[in-house]
Design a protein around this ligand. Sequence first.
Ligand code: AHG
Ligand code: MN
Ligand code: MN
Ligand code: MN
Length: 339
Amino acid sequence: MPVKEVGITVTEHLLREQRETPYATGAFTQLLNELIVAAKIIHREVSKAGLVDILGSTGSRNVYGEQVQKLDDFANHTIIRRVMHTGHVCAIASEEDADIVEVPQEYPRGPYILLIDPLDGSSNIDVNASIGTIFSIHRRLKDDGPVTLDEVLRKGSEQVAAGYFIYGSSTMLVYSTGKGVNGFTLNPGLGEFLLSHPNITMPERGKIYSVNEGNYAYWDEPVRRYVDYLKTPDPETSRPYTSRYIGTLVGDFHRNLLKGGIFMYPADRKDPKKPRGKLRLLFEAAPLAFIAEQAGGTASDGSRRILDLEPETLHDRVPLFIGSKDDVVTAEKFLSGEL
Ligand code: AHG
Ligand code: MN
Ligand code: MN
Ligand code: MN
């Protein structure tokens, strides 16, 4: 893979990728460009959130029973509005919408299905910690006609692209179309995302673990044993690992993507309504698992590869162990009882 020159715009990078992809129509390039416009609009609101009436809750709850924050709603509607008009999408599924949002038949429609977590880390909006937007793109199975649920409930391995925006100390776009992972940083002066992290690869092993230890009492015994193992001193295996937890999946994942380590959101017995943990398969685990694997890492539900899981419903939750390959494999060995 040729080293890509740092500093080129994402559009130039997309056009290069497009030239390398036979029969590429440019549809994906245009779709990603619309997502970028949406992210710039969200970034503008995020960067002045304390000054405008965009903080706090809308007072309504989403299908997960979560308080919908004003920025959740704003991000969701911004992305849907932008993408609806590209003519490349036939449907959008969102963490914030109970059902598929189909592009009306009278609109120009295309072969892509977009799945989004429009605003990840909502609980961090009001306290100015990193938040993000996660997207996943599938190609529909039929040529035309109404989009059916089976075209959306797809394995993560069938994604044609996935990525995220992270609104942190800088705003970045990280995405993959299946040919490695590249990171772009928004230059606010230019209003352009510039290639800053070409060909990101995740270290085989890390020294960081990321989990909400407040749930320790609700985990199964093997999970507790694994986390205790990470905290037990052993210079041979760089233990104890450092603990880092932002509470925004995109922020915790992005740090481990660059530095190595493992992020976990195990199943817990805290809420009988959520026996499979909190994170969503279609909107969070699958897109980030795609990125992790493209960067040489891995992602599992504790025993099965995330990208192999067949979703049963739009809003399936799944336990998530994601990050450096050796770390996830060790976690799986604890969960299987081998260690
Ligand atoms: P979202 O804001 O899209 O609902 O996602 C929040 C998720 C994820 O970002 C994070 O890893 C997790 O919630 C944190 O959950 P806890 O607060 O239970 O640790
Ligand atoms: Mn939410
Ligand atoms: Mn989320
Ligand atoms: Mn969200």
